[in-house]
Design a protein around this ligand. Structure first.
Ligand SMILES: Cc1ncc(COP(=O)(O)O)c(C=O)c1O
Length: 401
């Protein structure tokens, strides 16, 4: 028997690569502050579970492939409140934003086709693209620019006859960058001029601390080419619900997306029931979540900037910071923190940033920090990081622990 090259060439998720080391450290009784993973810690609104309990049937039947009509209506209302006109039939319920990404990539690219993506980018893009034989073409952005976009020419010179789409995350993961209107205008003009699809991943849409977030769907001139990826995972701190959505105003694309949705029959019913009930969440929920994350962001940025040799900018949204550390190999440092260093019985887990880059060698001295811990834990974690860096860089003269 022979496995496919397709599966063999998909790398393991770099975000989880250090997990065995963390598990080992936990077994020895050490506490680990997880700054490595974008799992929000705010409680999921209680409406979700109430919604699940609303189930009165006797059989857990298949739901319609595009999603339960009530949930499609809830999503449509949600967007309408944000002045994004999306009818229920212009939406699909998906198994998280992840499936919305999978369907989008499958719908617009054949094997060998290319998509441009600002780099660094969310690792799963590469894993999914690789599994589908799609080539991701990174467009470099830099920590000094707050990972804002380079000029038009940097995109244009990477466009080939195989380029099918621009893939963008706004607000960004791992960068936290929120694109300005000018940047969005530029991406829209590029998509139109070169007749590209625009896959807009807006799963962090509700977490913006500076300026305003604009959805690509607010640009009606782009409606025929946008696939909008969204999710309740981050929005409602409900990663385990696995409910996302894919919005598309172009009926020709939509017809094809529906065929893909039919291949997996349906999304789980109970989770859709829970997601429907989230519509009852008090209207100040996002405001409170934003205040909390903004406070954490400010603590984290101030903490990082006070560590000698660490460089980061203050990101405008999401809950991540990409920071440059005064080390040659951030992955080695992150592994060392888990294996060899602890302060008062605790250490921190970081996501080495090389996994967010495709360009060889890039991100080697950077880490992504997810500020999804409560304030006092963040303060402790940053103190451990500071001391860890000091000890790591003086290993010949100091000992850890
Ligand atoms: C940018 C981005 N898009 C999509 C996803 C997928 O989220 P989910 O499948 O949980 O909706 C994530 C998860 O971390 C993400 O960071």
């Amino acid at each position: 028997m022979r496995l496919s090259q397709r599966v063999l060439t998909v790398p393991e998720s770099p975000i989880r690569k250090l997990t065995p080391l963390a598990d080992k450290a936990k077994k020895t009784g050490r506490r680990i502050y997880h700054l490595n993973i974008g799992q929000p810690d705010l409680p999921t609104p209680e409406g979700f579970l109430k919604g699940v309990k609303n189930f009165r049937g006797e059989v857990l039947s298949y739901c319609p492939s595009p999603g339960l009509p009530e949930l499609l209506q809830v999503f449509s209302d949600y967007y309408r409140q944000r002045e994004i006109p999306l009818a229920p039939e212009e939406l699909l319920v998906t198994n998280g934003g992840s499936e919305a990404l999978l369907f989008s990539f499958m719908a617009v690219c054949d094997p060998g086709d290319e998509m441009l993506v600002p780099e660094p980018f969310y690792t799963s893009y590469y894993l999914i693209a690789r599994a589908l034989g799609i080539k991701l073409c990174p467009v470099p952005t830099f920590v000094e620019d707050g990972f804002h976009l380079p000029a038009w020419g940097e995109f244009e010179r990477r466009i080939t006859p195989r380029t099918r789409a621009l893939l963008v995350t706004n607000p960004g993961n791992p960068t936290g960058t929120v694109y300005t209107r000018e940047e969005m205008n530029m991406l829209g003009e590029l998509a139109k001029k070169f007749n590209l699809f625009l896959i807009a991943d807006e799963v962090y849409r509700e977490f913006v601390y500076e300026g305003e977030h604009k959805s690509f769907l607010e640009y009606s001139t782009l409606w025929d080419r946008i696939l909008l990826v969204d999710s309740i995972s981050k929005r409602f701190s409900a990663c385990g619900a696995r409910i996302g959505s894919l919005a598309c105003k172009n009926p020709i694309i939509r017809k094809q997306l529906h065929k893909l949705a039919e291949t997996r029959l349906a999304v789980a019913m109970m989770e859709q029931m829970g997601a429907i009930a989230l519509a009852e969440t008090p209207s100040d929920y996002f405001q409170r979540a934003n205040l909390e994350y903004k406070r954490r962001r400010d603590i984290t940025v101030a903490g990082l900037q006070s560590i000698p040799g660490v460089y980061c900018r203050r990101p405008e949204g999401a809950f991540y910071i990409l920071a440059r550390l005064p080390v040659v190999d951030a992955e080695d440092f992150a592994a060392w923190l888990l294996q060899d260093f602890y302060l008062d019985g605790a250490t921190v887990m970081l996501a080495p940033a090389n996994g967010f880059y495709l360009t060889p060698g890039k991100g080697k001295d950077e880490v992504r920090i997810a500020y999804v811990l409560k304030e006092e834990d963040l303060v402790d974690a940053l103190a451990i990081l500071k001391e860890g860096l000091r000890v790591y860089n003086n290993r010949s003269t100091a000992s850890s622990g």
